[in-house]
Design a protein around this ligand. Structure first.
Ligand code: ADP
Ligand code: MG
Length: 408
């Protein structure tokens, strides 16, 4: 992981913007600008098939909007929320299933059943209010109404990209209110360049990403919020507390081949905070990458973006291979696996021997018969193998896991 520091704290709005480089050549461009899902959308595609494909993609997204909008009483989601049991469109079935998977993946930090909560805070009507403690407590138990706002644009970007491809488009940029999908390369072959907004200053960005056939989605508390008595309340709820998420993150950008996942995770990881976000990244190596901005301005990117994220800010590097050996929750030993030149054994209490080798660490011995008490896995710089996640010896309470950086 690379850590950038020194982004100043200030306030403002909006998300990711795209550098549509001037002077693009290599085919006709077709563009659709429209308003759907409560946001401004732009699709720009290149090549001879672009014009028709872009219109079809716009139509598809409007169709999704009509199915899922909580502001339209006839939408399938509104009908479900009003106690009806309509026959569901296959796309509705599909997105609901994906929402459920994301809910499980984020331990409920992403939860599409937040409608009643978001409603109580006034984010649909614009009549913003801070619900009282008793009301919040009651709201936490009412999870029967759905709001797909945390995932719909990402899902729509996936399906729009699929449609463009099926109609012969090889180069396009889809921007659904900051949920970006970069299809293929720019005309001419260079990667698409997408700027990641500075969550503290709407006029600035913290860096840019080079993308090919990848989605980039940002969630931040600066996008939609109100203030009361000097306190800012934003639109991403922590379903566990009933209050706007307050995890120490100012924004989360998720990069993935899967735009639905990127959208749901950007919302969910914003709720979970940096530590758990990085942990989930390690447990799901290759599935997504992250740009995290903390409230103090610290910017952290995951290893996989090393070559595609650029920034002017000074950078210091924390390797992806820094691990810690813990016993009873206490850090006994920390090491950067990339800096190990000779294998050695670290004894974590009498029975636990941890073998630490160049680029690798695992539990050599756990002191119990058959070692069945051990969750077998190894940690490598760049990702775990065997079972994902930390290595755990339960009886002795020894854990080997990735940590962000060596303690100073
Ligand atoms: P945006 O839609 O503003 O780009 P997000 O993708 O983060 O940002 O989605 C935020 C929207 O998702 C909120 O406006 C609300 O409709 C809904 N939402 C709020 N909190 C959650 C949550 N914890 N899980 C899922 N959806 C949420
Ligand atoms: Mg989202």
């Amino acid at each position: 992981m690379i850590v950038f520091r020194g982004i100043r704290a200030r306030a403002c709005a909006v998300i990711v913007l795209i550098f549509l480089m001037s002077g693009c050549s290599g085919g006709r461009a077709a563009t659709a600008d429209f308003f759907a899902m409560d946001t401004i959308m732009n699709i720009t595609a290149y090549g001879k098939d672009a014009e028709a494909a872009v219109r079809d993609a716009e139509r598809l997204i409007n169709h999704f909007d009509a199915l899922w909008s909580v502001g339209k009483p006839e939408s399938e989601i509104s009908r479900i929320n009003n106690g009806d049991t309509p026959a569901l469109n296959t796309a509705t079935d599909d997105i609901l299933r994906q929402a459920e998977l994301l809910r499980e993946m984020t331990d409920g930090a992403f939860d599409e059943r937040v409608f009643t909560l978001v409603d109580a805070w006034g984010f649909y009507s614009g009549d913003y209010r801070v619900p009282g403690g008793d009301e919040i407590a009651a709201l936490l138990t009412s999870k029967d109404k759905i709001d797909l706002g945390g995932i719909a644009k990402g899902y729509a970007s996936d399906k729009a990209a699929e449609l463009l491809r099926s109609e012969g488009v090889k180069s396009a940029i889809i921007n659904l209110g900051g949920n970006v999908y970069a299809l293929g390369s720019r005309p001419g072959g260079a990667a698409w360049r997408v700027a990641v907004r500075d969550p503290f200053d709407g006029a600035k960005y913290i860096g840019s990403l080079e993308l090919r056939d990848l989605a980039a989605v940002t969630s931040g508390g600066y996008e939609r919020y109100f203030e009361e008595n000097g306190v800012r309340y934003h639109h991403i709820m922590d379903p566990r507390t009933g209050y706007p998420a307050d995890s120490g993150l100012a924004s989360v950008t998720v990069v993935s081949e899967n735009g639905t996942l990127a959208d749901g995770l950007s919302t969910g990881l914003f709720v979970l905070g940096k530590e758990r976000a990085v942990e989930l990244w390690r447990e799901n190596k290759g599935l997504f990458e992250l740009v995290l901005v903390e409230n103090d301005g610290t910017v952290t990117i995951t290893d996989g973006l090393k070559n595609s994220f650029s920034s002017d800010a000074p950078a210091s590097v924390a390797g992806a291979g820094v691990i810690g050996v813990f016993k009873d929750g206490e850090l006994l030993h920390a090491v950067d696996l990339d800096a190990v030149s000779e294998p050695y054994d670290f004894v974590a209490g009498d029975d636990n021997i941890v073998r630490i080798a160049p680029g690798e660490a695992f539990m050599l011995s756990a002191g119990c018969r058959d070692q069945i008490c051990v969750r077998h896995a190894g940690l490598r710089s760049g990702g775990s193998y065997g079972l994902a996640g930390p290595v755990v010896c339960l009886p002795n309470k020894v854990v080997i896991k990735y940590i962000d950086e060596l303690p100073s």
